[in-house]
Design a protein. Structure first.
Length: 379
């Protein structure tokens, strides 16, 4: 692809890219008819999803499922694997039952998702502190931006640190360099008056820049994917974290890494932006379809319970069994919905009706919402 304006690329992938250009980009580098056509498609798909989510009386079901699946698949990109069973069972556990294994890493991502949303709601802008907070939660660590002496290399495995592998990219390194570039990135995304660029385009540019800066020893991929969602929420493109981007990025993993390399090695910003906009379009369409299926399923089960039982407060019961495929009696007691005996009786009644499936897992009693779980397994 030829561009009218030359983007200064990384001349030697084995040397830190300390000359990584600051944002904003010269429009000559990325502004094409193809980009604007794909931007229109992505905006239409996200607008439809946003409109549907606003109409929901309670979007918590979709938010829970999307954030947990996003957490799982974002972690899987980093080779941290867990099953839906492990993930949802871990999510139901109390603080007295510590989560172990890969599921713990996935729940750190989910915690970071909400920490970031709370941060931007409070501060109304992105800062160095925002990025460091997310990194510390995702990695369960107390350190921060990598020191100037830390040597990080991006290899074919998608991550770092070995001269034995072919180095694809070496991020900036040196006294104050990473901090300066991170501050420039924050300024770019925060200042919509000075940098008046569509939020979706700004997200695509900012995502590359963050990954190119690579400010932390590890976990940059997960923080960068959280940054995508938080930016769209901060820009009022979305009200809730209901874009399941990691699913698309897993399916198109090679294109994702090729796109990053295309910018750093050839200055191919158009291809990178087209890829991210396509990811947004397909992800929004997927979330919209999932949302509609959830609404229909939840309503059908509620109506069935009303017809077949005399259960008290069926709306609250259905809300609870849709908040997670795995429910426990304690959830109803802790949320002051039913007394323990009443909750157990109702859950057993729904089990007899075939709505729930009773399971004993590692000594704990769970009630599985089979239809909801089936839908999630198809995601």
């Amino acid at each position: 692809m030829s561009v009218k304006q030359q983007y200064p690329v990384n001349p030697d992938r084995n040397v830190p890219w300390n000359t990584l250009p600051d944002l904003p980009l010269d429009p000559e580098v990325w502004e094409t008819i193809s980009v604007y056509k794909q931007l229109a498609k992505a905006k239409e798909a996200i607008g439809k999803l946003q409109g549907r989510s606003i109409a929901l009386p309670d979007p918590s079901v979709l938010i829970t499922i999307i954030t947990l699946q996003e957490s799982r698949d974002s972690s899987a990109i980093e080779n941290i694997f867990t099953t839906n069973d492990e993930l949802f069972q871990a999510y139901t556990q109390s603080a007295k039952e510590p989560v172990k294994g890969p599921a713990k890493e996935v729940l750190y991502y989910r915690e970071a998702m909400w920490e970031g949303i709370n941060f931007i709601e409070k501060n109304q802008k992105f800062t160095r502190e925002y990025f460091v907070n997310l990194y510390r939660i995702v990695k369960n660590t107390n350190d921060g931006i990598r020191p100037p002496v830390a040597k990080v290399y991006i290899s074919k495995s998608g991550s770092l640190q070995s001269f034995q592998k072919e180095t694809l990219y070496t991020p900036p390194r040196g006294e104050g360099i990473v901090e300066e570039k991170l501050d420039n990135l924050a300024s770019f995304v925060n200042d919509d008056e000075r940098y008046n660029i569509d939020p979706l385009l700004k997200m695509a540019m900012a995502h590359f820049q963050f990954e190119a800066i690579h400010p932390f020893r590890d976990g940059n991929g997960r923080v960068g994917r959280l940054f995508n969602i938080h930016l769209l929420i901060q820009k009022k493109v979305l009200d809730y974290p209901i874009l399941y981007l990691s699913k698309f990025l897993i399916e198109q993993r090679q294109r994702y890494y090729d796109g990053l390399a295309g910018v750093s090695q050839r200055g191919d910003w158009q291809e990178w932006i087209l890829f991210l906009l396509s990811a947004l379009e397909h992800t929004a369409e997927f979330s919209y379809q999932l949302l509609n299926q959830l609404v229909e399923m939840k309503q059908d089960i509620l109506e069935y319970i009303r017809q077949k039982t005399s259960i008290r407060n069926p709306d609250q019961l259905v809300d609870m069994i849709f908040s997670n495929p795995y429910t426990k009696v304690a959830h109803f007691v802790d949320n002051h919905i039913y007394a323990e005996k009443t909750a157990r009786d109702y859950l057993n009644e729904l089990t007899e009706l075939g709505i729930l499936e009773k399971k004993v897992i590692r000594g704990h009693h769970y009630y599985l919402n089979s239809e909801l779980y089936r839908l999630i397994e198809e995601v």
